[in-house]
Design a binder for this molecule. Structure first.
Ligand code: XIL
Length: 368
């Protein structure tokens, strides 16, 4: 009797296992890490359905907002680490590759960082010291626990010139190698990345390549270029993305797709970047799928996602991680960018946290 129960239970389990849908992380194991960005409800665990998807499908995480400098150091010398600590603990508890995002970025930086008491720009020396303090404090706190850092984010414009950020205007080009040096001194074992959007634009790709060479030329560590991957239905083509991927890889660094999402919504005036300061007025005709996404559009969206994953798989010797910018469509920043209050379908899981058919297609592509 006992034996037959055991056999029956075994059969049920076996059946369940055989029919369990494959997960992204299992299908992509040994090829590249598959990650997602965590918002506060995921980090704090209040989004229980979302957390279940993260645990099931992903083996790498990045913080969507909580490690940006305006949140970590809103006032000079006053650091707030509660959310960041919880984020790192989540990754460790789930044995995930934990990335830090981001140490030096012109956006979501606190106002005080660049000015003195009178509101005038600080000197070069002062800004270098502030940058050093921020990087050293943050990187040291997670030494050995955060495995890789987006050290500098978005320093190059689409035409390949320097972004006229306060870091660039006050310190000059050296702010990048200095940032990489400070990060490396704080945790010599951590991987260090340069991260940017619209990297498939040839001029921008060339500008970033110069940055990488400048870091390497000073004998400093740089492990990878992060290609953000905020895609639209029109831009870039898979071939354009591949050209930049190969150009970065030829510099002797790895490539990561760090912030992947694919908007289905029309872009205002062919806008295709991820400059977070961009915003356009809401227009109803630019928000066509409020109730649902027509099947035909969903299919084009799915095929485009799969084509990009096939590209990443083709170059799995160069690509070490692919990270989605969020879990479910419900929480995607694309609903609010570059136009507020729209309904987008940019990610791999729908608003009820169900895997879209694209997940199975990616699994199939990985197995081929
Ligand atoms: C975005 C977040 O998703 C939003 O919640 C926030 O309001 C603005 O920033 N490039 C980056 C990310 O490197 O940090 C940005 O994240 C998206 C563009």
């Amino acid at each position: 009797m006992k034996n037959s129960i055991t056999i029956a239970v075994g059969c049920v389990l076996l059946t369940a296992c055989t029919h369990a849908p494959a997960t992204l992380k299992d299908a992509l194991a040994g090829k590249f890490l598959i990650g997602t960005a965590l918002n506060i409800p995921l980090i704090e665990g209040t989004d229980t359905l979302g957390v279940a998807v993260v645990r099931q499908h992903f083996n790498a995480i990045v913080p969507e907002n909580c490690m940006k400098s305006m949140f970590l150091q809103p006032e000079e010398g006053r650091f707030f680490f509660d959310e960041a600590d919880a984020y790192v603990a989540f990754g460790e508890a789930n044995k995930m590759w934990v990335t830090g995002h981001c140490l030096v970025w012109h956006s979501q930086a606190p106002q005080w960082l660049f000015v003195d008491k009178n509101g005038n720009d600080v000197s070069r020396e002062v800004l270098i010291e502030r940058m050093r303090t921020h990087i050293t404090t943050v990187v040291s706190r997670y030494k050995g626990r955060i495995k890789g850092w987006d050290v500098v984010n978005e320093a190059i414009m689409d035409d390949g010139t320097w972004r006229p950020s306060k870091f660039y205007q006050i310190i000059g080009e050296d702010f990048i190698p200095l940032a990489f040096q400070f990060a490396h001194e704080a945790d010599p074992d951590a991987e260090l990345y340069y991260n940017d959007y619209s990297t498939a634009i040839p001029a921008k790709c060339e500008g970033i390549a110069k940055v990488v060479k400048a870091i390497q030329g000073k004998g400093l560590r740089i492990d990878a270029v992060g290609m953000q991957g905020h895609l639209t239905m029109e831009f870039p083509s898979v071939e354009q993305f591949e050209a930049s991927l190969l150009a970065f890889s030829a510099l002797g660094v790895k490539v990561m797709v760090t912030e992947l999402d694919l908007t289905v919504l029309p872009s205002p005036h062919n806008f295709s970047g991820a400059d977070v300061s961009a915003n356009f007025d809401f227009q109803q005709e630019l928000n066509p799928y409020v109730d649902s996404l027509p099947a035909a559009v969903a299919l084009v969206h799915q095929n485009r996602y799969v084509d990009f994953f096939k590209l990443f798989l083709k170059h799995q010797d160069k690509v070490t991680r692919v990270t989605l910018w969020g879990v479910s469509d419900r929480d995607s920043w694309r609903n609010g960018f570059p136009i507020p209050d729209r309904t987008d379908y940019a990610l791999l899981f729908d608003r009820s946290y169900q895997a879209k058919p694209v997940v199975e297609e990616i699994v199939r592509a990985a197995k081929q």
